[in-house]
Design a protein around this ligand. Structure first.
Ligand code: PEP
Ligand code: MN
Length: 337
């Protein structure tokens, strides 16, 4: 349920309504829009005596929310969310490209990639410090050492940095370095992690689990929003199907579908979706054509030597070519790069 305050509602009237909701033992989630303030009610709001509240000064309307994802959905929040971090706007007119190695392997490797992807037009550097690997014997990431290299790469290039947090106990540490934290596909329904990331209030990219529906993804986002974090980017990175040619099946229809249901920005990760570097460029172009707010791709100077996900990594040259094509396609769908 949401309470829509009238255009001229005063701060005092808003405060009174919030206090009243709290008196029923429920939490509130105010959304301050340009025109109006909307107060979302968190909890089992059936107990609210709607009739009692309806007469309160400043209230325009009390509306039940039918979407299961109360705050990630467009019913409560019709306008697109644009997340602004250090001058980069995610979800706005410009599409955003995040690029970098699957895992940070060394300081030299990262600084080299950072300078080059920046020159090609990326605005965010990706690089895993804590790697969720299928096998416990695979490279697990350099941990805090990698976070330090990422921070140095940000300082030298001006790129934002995104890196994955896999453990609720590391949220404070990772948010101290990263501009955007990533919750990976395997952790999409790690509700303890989602709650901690939500409490941190730090911008986050939430990747769709390989066996999760779009509704599951939006409900996972909801876990963070109700803790006070609305700076959430959603990411489609392929789902499990019977097809074996690709690593996963890129569900491109999820992009317009999620954007129809939700106000949150949506990115596509064609690297993990396909597992094949040859498919990364065409799927990136398709993602932008389908209305994605950007792409996140894996890039490595020498994919054959990569410690992680080499077969799906673009070389720096391939990345540069792809960027030229993305720049050409973006205006066709009313965007720029
Ligand atoms: C990653 O981006 O490094 C990653 C592990 O992706 P996913 O969680 O989508 O598998
Ligand atoms: Mn990877």
């Amino acid at each position: 349920m949401i309470i829509v305050m009238s255009h001229g509602a005063t701060e005092k009237q808003i405060e009174n309504v919030i206090d009243k909701v709290h008196s029923y033992g429920l939490r509130t989630h105010p959304i301050f829009g340009v025109q109006k303030t909307v107060i979302g009610i968190v909890g089992d709001d059936k107990t609210i005596v709607v009739e009692n509240m309806r007469g309160m000064p400043g209230i325009e309307q009390i509306i039940p929310i039918l979407q299961p994802f109360k705050f990630a959905g467009r019913e409560a929040h019709p306008d697109d969310t644009v997340i602004e971090i250090g001058g980069v706007r995610i979800g706005g007119e410009k599409v955003v490209v995040m690029a970098g190695p699957c895992a940070v392997e060394s300081r030299e490797q990262l600084l080299d990639i950072a300078g080059k992807v920046r020159a090609s037009g990326a605005s965010v550097l990706r690089g895993g410090a804590y790697k969720p690997r299928t096998s416990p014997y695979s490279f697990q990431g350099l941990g805090e050492e990698a976070l330090k290299y990422l921070a140095e790469a940000r300082d030298t290039t001006g790129l934002l940095i995104i890196t994955e947090v896999t453990d609720p106990r590391n949220v404070e540490l990772v948010s101290g370095y990263a501009d955007i934290m990533q919750v990976g596909a395997r952790n999409m329904q790690n509700f303890v992690l989602l709650t901690e990331v939500g409490k941190s209030g730090h911008p986050v990219m939430l990747k769709r689990g390989p066996s999760s529906t779009m509704t599951d993804l939006l409900l996972a986002a909801e876990y963070m929003i109700i803790e006070g974090n609305s700076d959430i980017i959603l990411c489609e990175r392929g789902i499990t199907t019977f097809e074996t040619y690709t690593r996963n099946t890129l569900d491109l229809s999820a992009v317009p579908a999620i954007k129809h249901e939700s106000h949150l920005p949506v990115l596509v990760d064609p690297s993990h979706a396909t597992g094949k570097s040859s498919l990364v460029e065409p799927m990136s172009l398709a993602a932008i054509a389908a209305g994605s707010d950007g792409v996140i791709v894996e890039v490595h100077p020498n994919p054959e030597q990569a410690l992680c996900d080499g077969p799906q990594s673009l070389t720096l040259e391939q990345f540069d070519v792809m960027m030229t094509k993305l720049r050409a396609i973006a205006p066709i769908v009313g965007r720029s790069l």
